[in-house]
Design a protein around this ligand. Sequence first.
Ligand SMILES: Cc1ncc(COP(=O)(O)O)c(C=O)c1O
Length: 429
Amino acid sequence: MSVEDAGNQSSQHRIDSIIDKYNLYVNPGLSKLMQFAGFGDVEESTLGTVLRTASGAEFLDFVGGYGVFTLGHRHPKVVDAVHRQLDRQPLSTRTFFNEPQAVLAEKLAQITPGNLQYSFFSNSGAEAVESALKIARIATGKTDFISMEGSYHGKTMGSLALTGREKYRTPFLPMMPGVSFVPFNDVGATAEAITEHTAAIIVEPVQGEGGIIVPDTGYLSGLRNLCTERGILLIADEIQSGLARTGAMFAVDHESVVPDIMCLAKALGGGVMPIGATISTEAIWQAAFGANPLIHTSTFGGNPLACAAGIAALQVIQEEGLCALAAIRGDQLITGLRRVQESMKGSLLAVRGKGLMIGVEFMQKDVAEITINAMARRGIIAAYTLNNPKVIRFEPPLIVSTEEVERCILAFGESVVEAAAMLEGMEDN
Ligand SMILES: Cc1ncc(COP(=O)(O)O)c(C=O)c1O
């Protein structure tokens, strides 16, 4: 056996053993799903837009952690900021003041629209939404929420109660009461659902897991006006769409809409640390925390490491002009994907998106699944959206190059052809 063969054999042995451990100790069903999608390998290292696996394969990351890797993987400025903080103080005692938390909160107040000013920090998107729910309830003294069909706000009990997909909710009934769902992109239906108990409306400015759905111009400002007129709060869940992803710092900025509460997570950690943030106005903060500043807390929320990553991430987004890059590369990608759609009329229903938050809707879920697998074999990572498996989403790091976008379009075109042919062959048999 050659040295190379022996090396391959030992790395395959390692991969098999890790997959076995997933089967035995993590989640066997998930393990099967990952292998079916063509991801039966182990992540070894990442840099920029590239992921390397234990078998030595290289992939271009066009999923981007569903919005986490906006700056790319291991951006040197974020890594350096985290290293420096790690060497000084990774977690705070929470007795004294913590500088990174103060600085990040100030920066968020500067870049978020209107009079959003105060930040509560947590560790994930779902927690950022949980915090928004509690803040909205205590600030308004009302109990109920209106959410959108097809929405995704997380899977903790509170955020799940707002998530518009029965499949995830039904096994956990009864949910938190007082949540009604209305069609996305329909201000009239939302108005009809408001009652005297409604505390807030929660909306993703671009629906992510629902299948990358961009609402009509005027929808978000319509919701804003409705909330103002009826005295209820507007919560913008920008966890996936925020921080330059759609070509603006926040997706609500496209319509100059100022929500009462904004939720952030994913990209805020610069692709290096987990962090969530719930940001609101002075008046709402006073109503929520005025009587009891400890009414809502988190042990790890606002920790120095995560906040150091957040500060560096915001700096990089501005210094590297990532909003503009998202718009330019987004145009290139959507144009290329539409070319493929034209040539494959029978398979692809729609190509849509904003900036580098793009979805392709297939006629059939099976073709989408096989396409993802075929793209993986061509060295491109893609994924479907959680609430709509007929949609493959493209959310690469915003630093992706024009050449890499072209590679993705080419691989996508070839993969759709392959998937359609494979399914036709199966139907013929
Ligand atoms: C819009 C939106 N809100 C909330 C969440 C939940 O975030 P997390 O998975 O970090 O809890 C997600 C995750 O995909 C999301 O896309």
